[in-house]
Design a protein around this ligand. Structure first.
Ligand code: GLY
Length: 383
């Protein structure tokens, strides 16, 4: 057994122990972050004070279910499937209000409905996920050949905005083509991936977060720093979405250029990796304040492990070594294994300029746990 696998198995023992009580305690919730008490919040309800996007429609609402499905697959324990289905059942309601949903439907339904269908063959889940895929496909702008990201930003319609995160969402389209035998979904995913490859990845391998296109002509208008430090910067989680997302597009299509794109961004990330293995919010942020994003760290690590699965033996080690360095920094210095906090991964930042920094985010736990299962060789394919 490789040393990485042995290490991952050891950490997974701690994950299983913690998630046993965390899952039971939060079985009826859809958590996003922990409150001051250390307990998870709950995004299951429409809360007018949160705004429509932050309640049931909140884009991270698939990750808690995804963690439960990973634990179910690992343990075979029915209780995890039951808790996962609480999220899935609640998320069904989202289809009643078209306007609350946007391109993150992939993040919401791949780890819930698609995972359920893949693991249990549940036809209701397949139907739900196909609705999601149709909605995502409907966001495609055929002139600009991109998938529209959000509906609004600061109260303004943004029909020309595409963001790098969408590279993860398009796995829902690849899945829908396989399931339905209809290549349209995959065509849309590939056209979006081609546009992202051309317009988001800079020559040095760093990646833009938001690119605005003219929705009438498809011409590029400008780019924005988005959740990173600023225009021209390099938001680490966005780099992770690119590494992982292009690797997924390679997996789903076999097109070599997607793997090359994933590797190009991965090499940029590895070149910027600090000695400590701790990942900042932005690779180009000022030295102080030294804001970190453990979530971006876990996403990058997951993408590196994904790439390692598609390269010749001689190349693998470089990606795995970097991924394990990042994950070890989390497991040894940024993980809470106690009962003081429901989340494991600490020091996450949703964006460089938004407060608070160094919080918990359920998708950091998701990508941390997923990366460990990938290293242990016992993951199942959600993306
Ligand atoms: N997809 C938005 C984020 O990573 O925060």
């Amino acid at each position: 057994m490789s040393e990485y696998k042995i290490w991952a198995e050891e950490v997974l023992k701690k994950v299983r122990k913690k998630m046993e009580w965390v899952s039971e305690k939060n079985r009826d919730k859809i958590p996003y972050t922990t409150l001051e008490t250390g307990s998870y919040d709950d995004r299951s309800e429409e809360r007018p004070d949160w705004g429509a996007d932050d309640g049931l429609y909140w884009w991270t609402n698939g990750f808690w279910g995804g963690i439960m499905w990973m634990l179910y697959q690992d343990s075979g324990q029915e209780q995890y499937a039951q808790i996962a289905r609480v999220s899935e059942e609640k998320l069904k309601k989202c289809f009643q209000d078209f306007y609350g949903l946007h391109h993150d439907i992939g993040f919401m339904f791949l780890p819930t409905a698609v995972a359920d269908y893949k693991l249990t063959g549940n036809e209701d889940s397949k139907r739900l996920a196909m609705f999601g895929a149709n909605l995502l496909a409907g966001r495609f702008n055929p002139v600009g050949r991109f998938i529209r990201a959000w509906n609004q930003s600061n109260g303004e319609e943004v029909p020309g905005w595409a963001i790098i995160d969408c590279m993860m969402n398009i796995s829902l389209l690849y899945w829908a083509s396989r399931e339905s035998g209809d290549p349209r979904f995959s065509h849309i995913a590939q056209m979006h991936a081609d546009t992202a490859m051309k317009n988001f990845i800079r020559p040095d391998g760093s990646v833009r977060h938001i690119v605005e296109f003219d929705p009438e002509t498809g011409e590029i208008v400008k780019s924005y720093g988005g959740q990173g430090y600023g225009e021209g910067s390099s938001w680490t989680r966005g780099q992770g979405w690119a590494v992982y997302g292009f690797a997924n597009s390679y997996k789903n299509t076999g097109k070599r250029e997607y793997l090359d794109a994933a590797k190009k961004v991965a090499h940029y990330c590895m070149a910027n990796l600090s000695e400590s293995g701790i990942i900042p919010v932005d690779f180009r942020q000022p030295k102080e304040p030294a804001w970190e994003d453990s979530c971006g760290a876990c996403v990058i690590a997951g993408g590196l492990i994904e790439i390692a699965g598609y390269v010749p033996e001689l190349e693998k080690e470089m990606y795995l070594r970097a991924a394990v360095k990042i994950l070890k920094a989390i497991a040894d210095t940024r993980a809470d294994w106690t009962r003081n906090c429901d989340a494991i991964v600490q020091n996450c930042s949703s964006a460089y300029h938004s407060n608070p920094h160094h919080t918990t985010m359920v998708y950091a736990d998701y990508y941390f746990i997923e990366a460990l299962y990938k290293l242990a060789g016992t993951s199942f394919c959600i993306w």
